[in-house]
Design a protein around this ligand. Structure first.
Ligand code: PLP
Length: 381
C-alpha cells in the first residue's frame, strides 16, 4: 500500500449515511441532512431526454462540443465573460476536474494552500497526488474564508491555492472585492489559483462571482451535481487557460477516455430548465431561513449564515465534546441524520455540525421539531 493510501482519512458523512440506511432497513424513518446532495433528481425534461437518447443512440465514447459551447454561454449569461469553448474540458464531476487540475499544474511535493474547514476531498486528493496541503485556519471572523492577508502571510509561498465559493461546509462566499484581492496577492506571489465553483447557481442574496472575472488564467472547477441536481450522473467541467487546454485534454483522455455520454445529453437538456431549478433554490432558501430562525432558539448561535450552497456549519461545543457522538446519538434517538464537522476540519471539527438543507421544507420543519425535543430531553455532556 502507498503511504498516501495508508494515511487516507475516514469520510464520516459516509459512515453516518450508512447508519441512517441501516435504520431505514429496520423500518424506522430518517431525515437525510448528512450528505451534500439535492433530494430531488435531474429536471423532468432532462430525464425525458435521457429516455429518448437511450432509445435512439448507442452511448459510445463521445464528447459534446455543443455542451462546451453551451457552458461557455453560461459564463456570458451569468458573468458577461467571453470564454472560448476550447477552454472547457468536460470531466467526471468537479471531482474529475480536480484530479486533472492537480495532475497538470503541480509537481510532486508542491505546497497547495486551502481553507480549514473545507471540503475533505481537496486535502485528501492533494495528499494522494503526493502534494502538501497547507491548511489556513479560518473561523467565524472571516466567515470561514481565507483573506488576501492570510495568503500574503504564508511562508514559504505555496505553489497553488484552492478557493471554494460558495464553500462546503459553510456555504459562505467570497465577494467581488475579496476575490479580486486574493487574485492580486496570488499573482504577486506566483500562486496558481484553482477555484471550486461547484455550488454556483445556488445563492440566497447576491449571485456568485467567478474567479475568472479577476484572474483570466485561473483554473475553474464546476459540476452538474448541485444546481442541476445531477449528482449520480457524474458530469462537470474545468475552465482552463488556452495554453493548458491541450494538456488537460491529453490527461483527460488517458485517465477517463470521455465523461459519461448519457450524462452529457441530460446536461444539455438540464441547461434549459432554469425555471424548475431556480424553484428548487427557492425551496432551499425557505429551509435556510427556517434554520436561521430556529437554531438560535435552541441555543445554537455559532454559525455564519450561508450565502449559498445548502449547508449550515454550526459550533455546538457547548452541547458536546464530540459532534460525531452527538450525530450518532441524534440519529439513533430521532432519525435526524446530520454530519460531524470532523470531515471538514481535523483540528476543530469535533466542535461543529454540518446541516444540509437540500431536503423538503416539511422535512426541515420536522427535523427542527425532533432536534428541539431531543435537546430538551438530553443533558449536555
Ligand atoms: C466543494 C465541492 N467540490 C466538489 C464536489 C464534488 O462534486 P462532484 O459531484 O461534481 O464530483 C463537492 C461535493 O460535495 C463539493 O462539495
Amino acid at each position: 500500500m502507498s503511504d498516501a493510501a495508508a494515511a487516507v482519512e475516514p469520510f464520516y458523512a459516509v459512515e453516518l449515511n450508512r447508519l441512517a440506511h441501516q435504520r431505514e432497513r429496520r423500518g424506522l424513518p430518517v431525515i437525510h441532512m448528512e450528505v451534500g446532495q439535492p433530494s430531488g433528481g435531474a429536471p423532468v425534461a432532462a430525464l425525458a431526454a435521457a429516455h429518448e437518447k437511450l432509445a435512439t443512440t448507442p452511448q459510445g465514447y463521445w464528447e459534446s462540443s455543443a455542451l462546451c459551447e453551451r457552458i461557455a454561454g453560461l459564463y456570458r449569461e451569468r458573468h458577461g465573460l467571453t470564454i472560448d469553448p476550447e477552454r472547457i474540458v468536460l470531466t467526471m464531476g468537479a471531482s474529475g476536474a480536480l484530479l486533472l487540475a492537480l495532475a497538470v499544474l503541480f509537481s510532486a511535493g508542491a505546497r497547495v494552500a486551502l481553507a480549514r474547514p473545507g471540503y475533505p476531498a481537496h486535502r485528501n486528493v492533494l495528499r494522494a497526488f503526493g502534494l502538501l496541503p497547507v491548511e489556513i485556519d479560518c473561523d467565524a471572523a472571516t466567515r470561514y474564508q481565507p483573506t488576501a492577508a492570510m495568503v500574503a502571510a504564508l511562508v514559504p509561498s505555496p505553489a497553488g491555492m484552492i478557493l471554494t465559493s460558495p464553500a462546503n461546509p459553510t456555504g459562505t462566499m467570497l465577494d467581488a472585492g475579496e476575490l479580486a484581492a486574493l487574485a492580486a496577492v496570488a499573482r504577486a506571489r506566483g500562486i496558481r489559483l484553482i477555484a471550486d465553483e461547484t455550488y454556483h447557481g445556488i445563492t440566497f442574496g447576491a449571485p456568485a462571482h467567478t474567479l475568472l472575472e479577476y484572474e483570466a488564467d485561473a483554473i475553474v472547477l464546476n459540476s452538474f451535481s448541485k444546481y442541476w441536481c445531477m449528482t449520480g450522473w457524474r458530469l462537470g467541467w474545468a475552465v482552463v487557460p488556452a495554453a493548458l487546454a491541450e494538456t488537460f485534454r491529453r490527461y483527460s483522455a488517458n485517465m477517463f477516455l470521455v465523461p459519461p455520454t448519457l450524462a452529457q445529453h441530460v446536461a444539455l437538456a438540464a441547461l434549459e430548465e432554469r425555471e424548475e431549478l431556480d424553484r428548487r433554490v427557492g425551496d432551499y432558501a425557505v429551509n435556510r431561513q427556517l434554520l436561521l430562525d430556529a437554531l438560535p432558539q435552541l441555543g445554537i448561535t455559532g454559525f455564519a449564515p450561508a450565502d449559498g450552497a445548502f449547508y449550515l456549519y454550526a459550533d455546538i461545543a457547548h452541547l458536546t465534546s464530540d459532534s460525531l457522538v452527538f450525530c450518532r446519538e441524534l440519529l439513533d434517538a430521532t432519525g435526524v441524520a446530520l454530519n460531524t464537522g470532523r470531515d471538514f476540519d481535523s483540528l476543530q471539527g469535533q466542535r461543529f455540525l454540518r446541516i444540509s438543507f437540500a431536503v423538503s421544507t416539511d422535512e426541515t420543519r420536522r427535523a427542527l421539531e425532533l432536534l428541539a425535543g431531543w435537546l430538551r430531553r438530553r443533558r449536555p455532556r
